[in-house]
Design a protein around this ligand. Structure first.
Ligand SMILES: NC(=O)c1ccc[n+]([C@@H]2O[C@H](COP(=O)([O-])OP(=O)(O)OC[C@H]3O[C@@H](n4cnc5c(N)ncnc54)[C@H](O)[C@@H]3O)[C@@H](O)[C@H]2O)c1
Ligand SMILES: [Zn+2]
Length: 353
């Protein structure tokens, strides 16, 4: 028997070309292993925009975006052991996975070989339809995919750690970024600004690449040792062949060969940005110097907790502009113009207020 449900206010995109607006969705009452969360803040990721506009081609409408969720536990199922009512918690891009494949067993649920359940837009095995994300008042999640959040950090600024944070943390850790290494971060948006903060905190020499000279000061304040305006060819050439690792956080098509050519021998360019269209790679950008082009998707649950704990210990959060849910469509337009420093965080008290 499917679990009983309750009604919940949310904001959804009804179609590719329609603005987001308020709807009512169904959420399940917690089953034995579930945690029901009252959502306090939800960050606005560029993936929300890609999905709301079906730029990746697999959106089911209506879609309730949002996978940078921070809230407070409102109720728990009878078998829940990790959380109790009142706890501060977070939910990121996934709400479940097969739990048994090799990747899941290794704590790499983001690479679940059966296919994990995304916070929004995946089939909802509990109540049918698709899963709905954090632009809503409440969410019910299997406790294994719920994260502990410290009460030491500002909650609006903590929400973006659940996607922008883990997505940049995971590759920096996987490629063992640290002291003595020269690391590039491309694009100072939501992901990029967390990449700069983390690479700096991990002890690397950090070079930020931005298209906008107006972000030089911010880049340095956030932890970059150097800032390169990527439109200036001589500034780019000066860094040729010098990087151990570059993390590319750009949301639209751009010339990745220009960055491959900045890598040292055996260096790696890792894409985390997910542009709508494929990007050409020149074989010689890779052949010369045995360079690698890689990608990385979010991060596993244990690693997300590790990142959140690191942030609590080091006082790291996202730089946010807190918005009212009714301003979400304007926020999307501003995000496309890079007019956000550096993440919108929705105050969910404004939904239905
Ligand atoms: N790998 C993952 O698991 C994962 C997780 C979250 C987001 N993403 C993707 O990462 C990308 C970035 O997300 P975000 O939320 O940080 O977005 P954002 O809009 O906050 O930042 C994007 C950055 O790219 C820059 N940019 C855009 N077009 C550019 C161009 N043509 N040349 C150079 N720079 C350009 C912008 O100025 C901005 O700094 C998106 O494509 C998003 O879908 C991937
Ligand atoms: Zn995201």
């Amino acid at each position: 028997m499917p679990p009983s449900t309750f009604r919940c206010e949310a904001f959804a995109a009804p179609a590719t070309d329609k603005p987001l607006g308020q709807i009512t969705i169904e959420r399940r009452e917690p089953t034995a292993e579930d945690v029901q969360i009252d959502i306090l803040f939800c960050g606005v990721c560029h993936s929300d925009l890609h999905m709301a506009r079906n730029e990746w081609g697999f959106t089911t409408y209506p879609v309730v975006p949002g996978h940078e969720i921070v809230g407070r536990v409102a109720s728990v199922g009878s078998a829940v052991t990790k959380f109790k009512v009142g706890d501060l918690v977070g939910v990121g891009c996934m709400v479940d996975s097969c739990r048994t494949c090799a990747s899941c067993q290794e704590g790499l649920e983001q690479y679940c070989e059966v296919g994990n359940i995304q916070t929004y837009g995946s089939p909802d095995k509990h109540i049918g339809g698709t899963t709905h994300g954090g632009y809503s008042k409440s969410i019910t999640v299997y406790e294994g995919f719920v994260l502990r959040i410290s009460d030491k950090l500002d909650l609006a600024a903590t929400a973006p750690l659940l996607c922008a944070g883990i997505t940049t943390w995971s590759p920096l850790r996987h490629w063992k970024v640290g002291p003595g290494q020269k690391v590039g971060i491309v694009g100072l948006g939501g992901l990029g600004h967390m990449g700069v903060k983390f690479a700096h905190a991990l002890g690397a020499h950090v070079v930020l690449f931005t298209t906008s000279a107006s972000k030089i000061e911010d880049g340095k304040r956030l932890g970059a040792d150097e800032v390169v305006v990527s439109k200036n060819a001589d500034e780019m050439v000066a860094h040729g062949g010098s990087f151990d690792f570059i993390l590319d956080c750009v949301s639209a098509e751009h010339d990745i060969n220009a960055y491959l050519n900045l890598l040292k021998r055996d260096g790696t360019l890792c894409l985390v940005g997910a542009p709508e269209h494929p990007m050409p790679v020149a074989a010689f950008s890779l052949l010369m110097g045995r360079r690698s082009l890689a990608g990385s998707g979010i991060g596993g649950i244990a690693e997300t907790q590790e990142m959140l704990d690191f942030c609590a210990e080091h006082g790291i959060t996202s730089d946010v502009e807190v918005i009212d849910i009714k301003d979400i469509n304007t926020a999307y337009e501003r995000m496309l113009k890079s007019d956000v420093r550096y993440r919108f965080s929705i105050d969910m008290a404004t939904l239905g207020a």
